[in-house]
Design a protein. Structure first.
Length: 443
């Protein structure tokens, strides 16, 4: 299992304890892909340890109460972690006065991305230990769900063995089990979470409006569009819904032309960036362009478009687009681009749409291209970056130490934005992500 959370050495010798926190205190460890997220240095003994003495009760209660948003809500597309968002995704929100590790859990729909940061010296002066942090990890969704399910169940069982009174945790968990095993309630709760609401906090009229306007879309696409309408972001949700409905009726007439190309199975257990790059390399090989620049006519040809059709199309929205595909015939929408980046932005959009088609689930009709931080959208961005500017060629062009000049040169050659080259290098480890700020590309 890729995610493991344990609490051993329970307070077995104190059978008369009624306090749940004390009763479930013990040596806790959290591992993701074999990497310890609870590793710490004791200020008292100056020793390095994997375990830390914590109570399972606050974590179990927090995980139960935050279940739907914790497992299903993505990072907002504007990447602003509001206090409300953080309360459902950061372990420190478990509270109760414990020195929790700085761990953040972010779902992308198919996996859980886990960020574990060391605490700053200023934060830890008065604390008994220092968490070292760990490299970012991504774990399989089912492994994460099963692990916290088992952890919470174990905590409840331990409390019930030594305490006849039903705990708040047991009551919350019982209600959650009812919702998880009822298909209608489960679907409702997931949509709420995608929209950024706590259970039952979403206005009923708002939820009815969302369900009504999105009912024509496939289930997986509804989840993408609900994420697009997340309430933690500053935007007019009604306008977005109207744009979604409008786009579903219109579009440039296109056609999928690569009818004999197969990207292979949709392996959702792969990290999205790996899957997107894999499809891109396979398509480049199929097209015989492993070491060549992809010109715009190739993008048009794949989608059965002409430059004239694109030129005459008036986009509906500046943030996202939704295209549709039925039996290889396509209705294609594109979003508005700035005048400066129109050409490179349009190329990246069309490349993302190609990636959306190749990574879509079987018989999936709708192809959203959005700013959301979901698995689908990450696949698209990784595909577009690798398809238009393969990392092996970019590395050769920029040399050993990338500079603004070499990045601009590569961007001009591949007809992509400097940011595409820059983030491609950062995502492959050629540039430290902490160093991205030293590159200030405005144009």
């Amino acid at each position: 299992m890729s995610f493991i959370i344990t609490n051993t050495a329970w307070a077995e010798n104190f059978l008369d304890i009624q306090d749940e926190e004390t009763l479930t205190s013990g040596a806790m460890t959290i591992f993701a892909n074999g990497v310890c997220l609870t590793r710490n240095v004791s200020r008292r003994t100056n020793s390095l340890r994997d375990e830390v003495i914590l109570s399972a009760y606050p974590i179990a209660l927090w995980m139960s109460s935050s279940w739907w948003r914790l497992l299903y809500e993505s990072l907002p597309s504007n990447e602003i972690m509001t206090p409300q968002w953080r309360m459902s995704h950061e372990l420190a929100a478990a509270g109760s006065g414990y020195a929790w590790p700085r761990i953040t859990f972010i779902s992308d729909g198919n996996g859980i991305n886990i960020f574990s940061h060391p605490k700053s010296e200023q934060d830890t002066i008065a604390e008994p230990l220092f968490y070292t942090g760990a490299k970012d990890q991504r774990v399989i969704f089912s492994d994460f769900e099963n692990a916290i399910d088992a952890f919470i169940s174990q905590a409840i069982l331990h409390i019930e063995r030594h305490n006849q009174k039903q705990s708040e945790l047991a009551a919350v968990w019982e209600e959650l089990q009812t919702e998880r095993h009822d298909p209608e309630q489960r679907w409702y709760r997931i949509i709420e979470a995608k929209l950024g609401f706590e259970p039952d906090d979403a206005p009923q009229k708002f939820m009815q409006d969302i369900v009504k306007k999105l009912k024509k879309f496939d289930d997986s696409v509804i989840l993408e569009l609900a994420t697009l309408c997340n309430m933690d972001e500053e935007k007019n949700i009604d306008e977005r819904l109207e744009a979604i409905v409008d786009m579903s009726r219109k579009g440039i007439q296109g056609k999928w032309t690569l009818t004999d190309f197969s990207s292979g199975s949709n392996n959702i257990e792969l990290p999205p960036w790996e899957y997107g790059r894999l499809i891109a390399r396979n398509l480049r090989q199929y097209l015989g362009k492993m070491l060549k620049k992809i010109d715009s006519s190739t993008l048009y040809d794949i989608l059965g478009l002409s430059k004239e059709k694109i030129k005459n199309f008036i986009p509906h929205n500046a943030t996202f687009s939704i295209s549709s595909c039925t039996d290889k015939d396509m209705k294609i929408n594109i979003k508005k681009e700035s005048s400066y980046f129109y050409t490179v932005g349009l190329r990246f959009q069309l490349a993302r749409l190609i990636g959306a088609y190749l990574s879509a689930e079987p018989n999936e009709q709708w192809l959203p291209v959005t700013p959301c931080k979901t698995w689908k959208q990450k696949v698209q961005r990784a595909f577009a970056t690798e398809f238009l500017s393969p990392i092996s060629e970019v590395r050769e062009m920029v040399g050993g130490i990338p500079t603004e000049q070499s990045i601009r040169k590569a961007a001009k050659h591949f007809l992509v934005s400097p940011q595409t080259i820059l983030h491609g290098l950062a995502n492959h480890g050629d540039i430290a992500k902490d160093d991205l700020l030293r590159f200030a590309f405005q144009h």
